[in-house]
Structures are given as C-alpha cells and as structure tokens.
Ligand binder design. Structure first.
Ligand code: UT7
Length: 319
C-alpha cells in the first residue's frame, strides 16, 4: 500500500515581475532571459510569507480532496526558504489550518517535493498515516542577491500542495544525492557571534549555472529512464511528464535525449520562473485542474537541484 492523490492546490503571490522590470535595475534584457532560460515573468512576495502561500495551497488541495484538517495524520513541507528555522513551516501550516497531526519540514532543495512524496509513501506503507498533506513552498525572493543577474532573473515565489490518501498510485521512485557545497547553495547567515573569526556570510543564493545545467540535463534523463523501467513501463507509456522548472532549455534537452513528445512534457516556467521545491507541485496542480487527466494515466515527475540532489517518481492517476 502506498498512496493516491486526493487533491492538489497551488498559490502564487499577486505581484508579477516582468523581465522588462528587472532590466530597469539589472544589466539584462527580456531577450536574454526568455531565450536562455524561458522565463517572461515570475511572482514575487510583497506581503505574503512562505507560510501564507503554503496555507493557501493547502486549503485548495484540502477543498479538492474533501478532507478536513482534523482528519490529517501528517503534514510535510519541502522548503529551503521557510519563514523560520524553527518552528518548521509544516508546524506553522498545521497551526493555521487548525490541524493536530505531526508536522515536519524536509530540505532536499528543488528535489524536496519528490523526496517528501517518498517519505509520505513510507508512512502509508507502515500504516502510520491514512491522510497526509504534502506541500512545497518557497519565498526565494528574500534569498536573492538582487544585484546578481545570474540568479535574480531565474527564481520566483510560490507554493503547491497535495492531499494523499491510501492507494496504489505511487509506482516507483528514485532519490539521488551527490554532496557538493560549491556549485549551488544558500549559506545560512553567520549571525553576530563575537567569537566567530571567519568572514561572515550572507544568506544569498549562489549558482555555477553551467555546472548545474550539465548536472540537471543528465539527472533528468537518467532518472526518468530508471524510474520508468522500475515501474515496468516504457517511456511511451507515460502520458504526462511534470519536470522541475529550472530552465526551458534543460527540459528541451532532456526531451530530445529521451525522444519524448514535447507536448507531453509540461512547462509553466514562462509565467512562474523557478520556484525550487514548489515547482513540481505547482505544475502538477495545473495538470490536475486542466481536465486533461484520464483514469489510469501514468505521470512522471522529476526534479534536481542543490545538494546536489535529484529525484523522480511515477504516479498512476486514479480518478
Ligand atoms: O533549480 C536549481 C537548478 N538550477 C538550474 O538547473 C539552473 C541551471 N543553469 C542555467 O539555467 C543556466 O546556466 C543559466 C540560465 C543560469 C545561465 O545561462 P548560460 O547560458 O549557462 O549562461 P552563462 O552563465 O554561460 O553566461 C553566458 C553570458 C555571460 O556573459 P559573457 O561572459 O559571455 O560575456 C554572462 O555574464 O551571459 C551573461 N549573463 C547574462 N546576460 C544577460 C548571465 N546572466 C545574464 C543575464 N542577462 N541575466
């Protein structure tokens, strides 16, 4: 027994920021960003906290599922940009919902949501959960160096959520990590200890774009191949691919490498940007609400990011 997906939801901040707007204070252009990354605009928090986005996405997923907060046995949040180091984002959401179940955060950077689905599958397999809420939520805008054109144009804020119940939809998964803290990361602030002798660090995202790009293309294609095989399927059996939205060119390269139909490999990066752990569940929510899903459709989800981590899974849609 693993789980089936009972409902999905997503939430974006109301403020849209276009490439043209970024060009007003960064040495960049709409042409460079749209051609090299595939983004035209992203959403950025003005008043919303990460917890507000997560809560809003959760309410929508609960509404679709018909599950009440008091019925939840588990809340998991994937995030690298929670409002607090403690309490966890999951505990903040639990309190906002009025739920009473255990709650915790998972950090596997952009791969966090799929790592978390796998964690939830373990709770279902052990009979420790009958209803679970899983959320990917990020407010990366507060972790950007807004003078760094290499990262400031890429990331956006948002949240996506799923409510899970018992079922057999989760067919196969792959989790991967290759520890590396120089290619892509977000340092914690070093604080103000009078005893600490190193140069203090700022909590801003840094990224070696090309190294990350190479890792991402390889991870996406290898992980998808392995997870499809592990589910006993062929790549042509997959109805929809929900990939992490890091760069449209990464998705296009993997599509080419695997010989996929580009129409089946979904994208919303143009409107949403890269929302890290929220990326996959936001796109999944768009698919769930599109009316395109048919009973029995196989869906592949995949992601990659800091760690370096990557993850993929196969889900069978059960209406
Ligand atoms: O979600 C986590 C995982 N993240 C990823 O998977 C991201 C992977 N990496 C990427 O998506 C791409 O590497 C980037 C979008 C970050 C960068 O694109 P790129 O094609 O690899 O560019 P580059 O770093 O090789 O830079 C090419 C040129 C450089 O100028 P010179 O040295 O050739 O004169 C950069 O300074 O583009 C310049 N550049 C920019 N120009 C205009 C870099 N950023 C910008 C910018 N606007 N925003």
């Amino acid at each position: 027994m693993s789980f089936k997906i009972l409902g999905t939801g997503s939430s974006l901040p109301s403020r849209a920021v276009s490439n043209e707007e970024l060009s007003e204070f960064l040495d960049t252009s709409d042409e460079w960003i749209s051609q090299r990354v595939g983004i035209r605009e992203r959403r950025v928090c003005t008043t919303e906290r990460t917890a507000d986005l997560a809560h809003d996405a959760a309410l929508k997923a609960l509404d679709m599922s018909g599950v009440e907060p008091h019925e939840l046995d588990l809340i998991l949040c994937a995030t690298v940009s929670a409002d607090n180091s403690a309490p966890s984002l999951a505990c903040s959401v639990q309190s906002m919902l009025g739920a009473t179940c255990p709650a915790m955060d998972i950090n596997a950077a952009c791969s966090g949501f799929i790592y978390m689905l796998d964690t939830a599958a373990g709770f279902f397999a052990r009979g420790k959960a009958g209803k679970a809420l899983v959320i990917g939520a990020e407010r990366l805008s507060r972790m950007l160096d807004w003078t760094d054109r290499g990262t400031a144009v890429i990331f956006g804020d948002g949240a996506g959520a799923m409510v899970l119940g018992p079922g057999d939809s989760y067919l196969a998964s792959k989790l991967f990590a290759r520890g590396n803290d120089t290619v892509l990361g977000i340092p914690n602030s070093d604080g103000a200890s009078p005893y600490y002798e190193n140069e203090p660090r700022h909590p801003f995202i840094f990224m070696n774009g090309q190294e990350t790009f190479k890792f991402a293309v390889k991870a996406m294609s290898t992980d998808l191949e392995e997870v499809v095989e592990a589910a006993g399927l062929g790549i042509d059996d997959i109805a929809w691919i929900v990939p992490h939205q890091a760069n449209a060119r990464i998705i296009d390269s993997a599509v080419k490498k695997l010989g996929l139909d580009p129409e089946r490999c979904l994208k919303n990066i143009e409107r949403v940007g890269n929302t890290s752990a929220a990326s996959v569940p936001i796109l999944a929510d768009e698919l769930w609400r599109s009316g395109k899903l048919r009973d029995g459709d196989y869906i592949a989800m995949c992601s990659f990011g800091a760690g370096l981590t990557s993850a993929a899974c196969i889900i069978r849609w059960e209406a």
